[in-house]
Design a protein around this ligand. Structure first.
Ligand code: PHE
Length: 452
């Protein structure tokens, strides 16, 4: 085990870890998914539930997951093996690592397709497709695009290839460099677009939709979606945070870093909402337009605003990069496991995991066109995959991590690993992971299956 620890890379600094973990958290989840599911679930009340979930469930579990990874210094599967042994716990805890590896590949299979859309939109923005177009023309561009399996397939393949090349180059070289200029760039662009949104006639209507809660619009399933989104957007419950934690040196405060990362992630999501909803209301679009929402709203702005060409290109380029830093995190658990436990070279591990994920992605590619009529419980392949991973696998993985950290792991181990500034903060965290988070997830599940 010692040799493995030596081979296992370490972040070059605390800052590098925070950047990379923020890079993993901030992605399509914030800019593509958050606005469209907020639109589908009625706005303000949904946003409040989402924020409460991030604070009370997300942050404590993020602390727990990082801690487990750092304690073992290995990939999620080996981490769970080692910690299960250390705590003399039931053998079955080891499956938790597996759940994460599988969830990561399932998510990446559709994540890559959507990131492919964003990549295609870089080109569309560059060639001036949005110039002087109205809402109808922009919607037609989107509809034509997703109706073509070939187009989606080509962009999905390119995005997967890019991800695998970066992952193959190793965690320090590839990732750290990319995130360093990306995160600040994304932030600046969002601020500029927020300023633009303020000039639109639907600004206040957009803000009202996003921030004025109407609890009558909240259903059991929207509460589950909000909770699932908290896990998805923070990259929780599937081993990504565990792997990133395993590269973390022992002197960093996990709690502080987690709060910072979750805060930054939430701010980016809200900024995306503050940009998109004013456009939605200005141009009479439907908030509940689904996964196409940002692709149908933002280009209208890029087509009409001064400097829109440049903004459009920059925006979609940054979105693709933000997606890349997340996709890397999605596949890293599988790759780290293949390398560390199966003895594969990093290149071979990437090719193997990448090909399987790419293949799975075909289902999502077709679900927007050829297979759009093929449904299970009224959901397309993409919707089933999204529901299965974000609403079920991540919360289940998260609950298990919480229970493991709060109940199974020896108290002195977590206390030592977290090294919190005061006994009260440690107690507070422990209360949240041991009781509040598992109970909340459980209650939401019960409510959705109709027991509550
Ligand atoms: N958090 C990423 C996003 O919001 C998605 C992701 C989920 C990344 C799980 C890694 C693990 O886009």
């Amino acid at each position: 085990m010692d040799t493995k620890k030596i081979q296992h890379a370490e972040w070059s600094s605390r800052f590098a870890f925070i950047l990379a973990a923020t890079g993993s958290a901030v992605g399509l989840g914030n800019i593509w998914k958050f606005p469209y599911i907020t639109g589908e679930n009625g706005g303000g009340a949904f946003v409040i539930v989402y924020i409460v979930c991030v604070a009370l469930i997300g942050i404590p579990i993020m602390i727990a997951e990082t801690m487990l990874g750092r304690r073992s210094g290995q990939n999620p599967i080996s981490t769970m093996e080692m910690l299960t042994e250390e705590a003399a716990a039931d053998e079955r805890w080891r499956y938790l690592g597996w759940l994460g590896v599988i969830a990561g590949m399932l998510i990446l299979s559709y994540y890559s397709v959507i990131a492919g859309w964003a990549s295609a939109y870089v080109l569309k923005a560059f060639t001036g497709s949005f110039f002087d177009s109205d809402a109808t023309a922009i919607k037609a561009i989107f509809d034509d695009f997703v109706a073509s399996p070939v187009h989606l397939l080509v962009w999905h393949s390119l995005f997967m290839a890019a991800t695998m090349v970066i992952v193959a180059r190793g965690i320090n070289k590839g990732l750290e460099k990319a995130v360093r200029f990306l995160m600040p760039g994304l932030f600046v662009l969002l601020v500029l677009l927020m300023a633009y949104a303020m000039t639109t006639s639907g600004y206040f209507q957009g803000l009202n939709f996003l921030f004025k809660p109407d609890f009558s619009k909240l259903t059991g399933s929207s509460v589950l979606t909000a909770m699932g989104q908290a896990f998805f957007t923070l990259s929780l419950g599937m081993g990504s945070v565990m792997v990133y934690g395993s590269y973390l040196s022992k002197d960093v405060s996990i709690a502080k870093a987690s709060i910072l990362i979750a805060g930054a992630d939430t701010i980016v999501a809200l900024m995306a909402g503050i940009i998109i909803f004013p456009l939605v209301f200005t141009y009479n679009l439907h908030p509940a337009s689904g996964p196409g929402l940002i692709f149908q709203s933002l280009p209208i702005a890029f087509g009409t605003m001064t400097g829109g060409w440049l903004f459009g290109v920059l925006f979609f380029v940054t979105l693709v990069f933000a997606a890349l830093t997340s996709s890397i995190a999605l596949i890293e658990p599988a790759v780290a496991w293949l390398v560390e436990s199966k003895g594969l070279s990093r290149e071979k591990a990437c090719i193997g995991a990448g090909l399987v994920t790419w293949f799975l992605g075909l289902g999502t590619v077709f679900s927007f066109n050829t297979w759009s009529g093929v449904t299970l419980f009224g959901k397309t392949f993409f919707e089933v995959l999204d529901y299965l991973t974000a609403n079920l696998m991540l919360p289940v993985g998260g609950i298990c991590i919480a229970v493991f950290a709060g109940w199974i792991m020896k108290r002195e181990h977590s206390e030592q690993e977290l090294n919190m500034p005061s006994a009260q903060s440690y107690q507070g965290w422990r209360f949240l992971v041991a009781y509040v988070a598992p109970a909340a997830v459980f209650l939401v599940f019960l409510h959705v299956v109709g027991v509550l």
